[in-house]
Design a protein around this ligand. Structure first.
Ligand code: ZN
Length: 220
């Protein structure tokens, strides 16, 4: 019997959580993932180890933040909901505390265009949002400001957010952004990274727009 579309999406969220661990972009259970679903969102539960997580454990939340589920939704549900509500082109949000992104976020530093792959984040910088307490409405505001014209952002003294038109794209960006942060950190130790012009990054952003079209169709 074919899996229901909702079950497949729930399962892909569970698999993405485990992939974050394998790819080293997550620390413990800090990471959380959401995907738009039927006027609301599916979001990972709070504090449940990924190896124990099953498709049914993913919480369906309405856009007013309500849900009926035995497990509590991620304590960081608010910015997931607020990004999905305010950015209609976004259908998935990945949040984690990866080592290098978080180190830059601890310094309040943005990542500049020292490599053309920054175009994966939508522009010539990955901004760092000001610090706000986790789960707070203020954090949502700060995150949305940092995400203007961008698909990814650092959260000051906290971590990273990557968004996508689907979960695969958000996961791709999360890994690219952590890789960029790592490369930039090493480059800063070796010398002075040379930055690319904004126009060059704008051209690369346009090239990347084809990226989604060339991907293989997802197998449910
Ligand atoms: Zn967090």
């Amino acid at each position: 019997m074919a899996m229901s579309e909702e079950f497949a999406l729930r399962q892909s969220i569970v698999e993405a959580c485990r992939r974050m661990d394998r790819q080293g972009i997550n620390q413990g259970t800090a990471g959380n993932i959401s995907a738009r679903w039927k006027g609301g969102l599916l979001i990972t539960p709070s504090g449940l180890p990924y190896e124990e997580m099953a498709a049914d454990d993913i919480v369906f939340m309405t856009m007013d933040g309500g849900y009926q589920h035995p497990l509590p939704a991620s304590s960081e549900w608010r910015f997931h909901r607020d990004i999905l509500r305010q950015r209609p082109e976004v259908n998935a949000v990945v949040h984690a505390h990866p080592l290098y992104c978080t180190a830059f976020a601890m310094c309040g530093m943005e990542i500049p265009a020292a490599h053309y792959m920054i175009a994966a984040a939508g522009g010539p910088s990955i901004r760092c949002a000001r610090y706000e307490s986790y789960g707070s409405p203020e954090l949502s505001v700060a995150a949305l400001e940092a995400l203007v014209d961008r698909s990814c952002a650092l959260l000051g003294n906290h971590g990273m957010i990557a968004t996508g038109s689907d979960l695969a794209e958000a996961m791709w960006r999360a890994l690219e952004v952590e890789t960029l942060a790592k490369q930039y950190a090493i480059a800063l130790q070796i010398g002075t990274p040379r930055l690319l012009a904004d126009e060059e990054i704008a051209k690369t952003v346009e090239k990347f727009k084809d990226y989604g079209l060339r991907r293989k169709p997802r197998v449910a």
